[in-house]
Design a protein. Structure first.
Length: 271
């Protein structure tokens, strides 16, 4: 066997051994790796700007969820855009039925169950592996044990299909599902806006996380969604995550309703 071929075989075996050992090496560093429908998933602990321990969910290189680890904070919200969503929901006192599409670590559904006792939540997640991770690492079962398993339905389904088939008139619909350059999928176009309107109860509110910039080429999904929902609802606004950097990517909250709802200072009113 030529020397170069022997070297290539040795390198290949070393790489193969490294790949096999990677989960063990990651666990040694406190990182849990698994495979889910959308790619390699990592769960690990870090700290926020205040030094508080948080647990992160990274799916295929994209951060999908964050949760506090401290027992007193596990059902609080670590992301500011989630807090904005929470304030909007809290401004709809008549809300009883809520749907969350795309749950990740279930941060928002957990907060809703813990802090809005009037709400029953349908948490719609397409990937059962993600839900299992939330049970094992993001305190989902602990939340349900404390506040009642009857408060939240764990629905394994495609959120878009589930919404279209649902007979419920929802008071709150939250869309946190996104893929690539189409953060809202079907729910970012005119048809999606029409389906949301058809399935919202009078005075209900729709909230969507639109990851991207406010200006520039990458802002097109947000602009298209604003136009689509403005064609269906009396009130449409965007709560920007990074208004001081309009060309930087952020988790911007799209708000649509036929009723006046809470908006923070600095919200961009579309209609």
């Amino acid at each position: 066997m030529p020397t170069w071929l022997m070297v290539l075989v040795v390198i290949s075996w070393l790489l193969f051994a490294f790949v096999l050992a990677m989960p063990w090496l990651l666990r040694r560093r406190g990182i849990r790796m698994s495979r889910t429908r959308f790619g390699v998933t990592l769960v690990f602990d870090s700290a926020d700007a205040d030094g508080t321990t948080v647990r992160l969910l990274n799916v295929n290189g994209t951060y999908q969820s964050v949760s506090y680890v401290d027992p007193d904070l596990r059902f609080e919200l670590a992301c500011e855009y989630h807090r904005d969503m929470a304030r909007v929901m809290d401004s709809v006192p008549t809300a009883r039925q809520a749907m969350v599409i795309g749950c990740g670590g279930y941060s928002l559904p957990k907060w809703m169950v813990a802090h809005l006792p009037r709400l029953h939540v349908a948490a719609v997640e397409i990937d059962p592996a993600i839900t299992q991770i939330a049970r094992e690492s993001f305190f989902l079962d602990e939340c349900l044990d404390e506040y009642g398993h009857d408060r939240m339905d764990l629905v394994e389904a495609d959120g878009w299909a589930y919404l279209q088939e649902s007979p419920v008139a929802w008071d709150v619909i939250v869309n946190e599902a996104f893929t690539g350059n189409k953060p809202l999928g079907e729910l970012g176009c005119e048809r999606g806006a029409r389906v949301v309107r058809e399935h919202l109860a009078p005075g209900g509110v729709y909230l969507a996380d639109v990851r991207g910039p406010l200006e520039g080429r990458g802002a097109r999904p947000l602009q298209e969604a604003c136009e689509a929902f403005a064609g269906q609802f009396a009130h449409v606004a965007v709560i920007p995550e990074r208004p001081e950097e309009p060309r930087a990517k952020g988790n911007n909250v799209l708000v649509a309703s036929d009723s006046q709802v809470w908006l923070p200072k600095g919200a961009m009113v579309v209609k």
